[in-house]
Write a protein that binds this ligand. Sequence first.
Ligand code: FES
Length: 173
Amino acid sequence: MEQAIYEELAVESRLEIEGLFNEIGKEFKGRADELIPMLQRVQRALGFLPEQALLEIARLTRLSTARVFGTATFYAQFRFQPVGRNVIRVCRGTACHVKGSDRILEDIKGHLQVAPGQMTRDGLFTIETVACFGSCALAPIMVVNDSVYGSLKRSRALKLLDEIRVREEGLLM
Ligand code: FES
């Protein structure tokens, strides 16, 4: 399973993980019941759970790697891939689907050249899908980071992404 969800880490990332685990070694006792708090700590620091971090947690807690991976993959709160600076969430619930959210999602996938759960190569975007935001009257809904866009038109969705890209590139210049 690990190989299916992970790619080889860059050296800088490995060093970052080593530094993080120096801190974690001081903050936690290494008890088995600290597994979930440790997973949360790593995700807060790195934005996701790299394979190397899960192996480190298994070593620290003396739990099997199967237990650590099994627990991490059980909870929807944990991610296994890096996250882009902007997270685009498209609702796939019935109300949104009826109003065209599937077409919006297809447009976005094509525009950014990534599938849901993946980050764009430039690190700017991650696409995710959501079962329902609980605001079905505003269908179709897309949420960009913390901003909600309801009654969304296809053209507006792509325009929003372009606006974000322009803003981000402006910040990098
Ligand atoms: S179906 Fe999209 S918000 Fe409920």
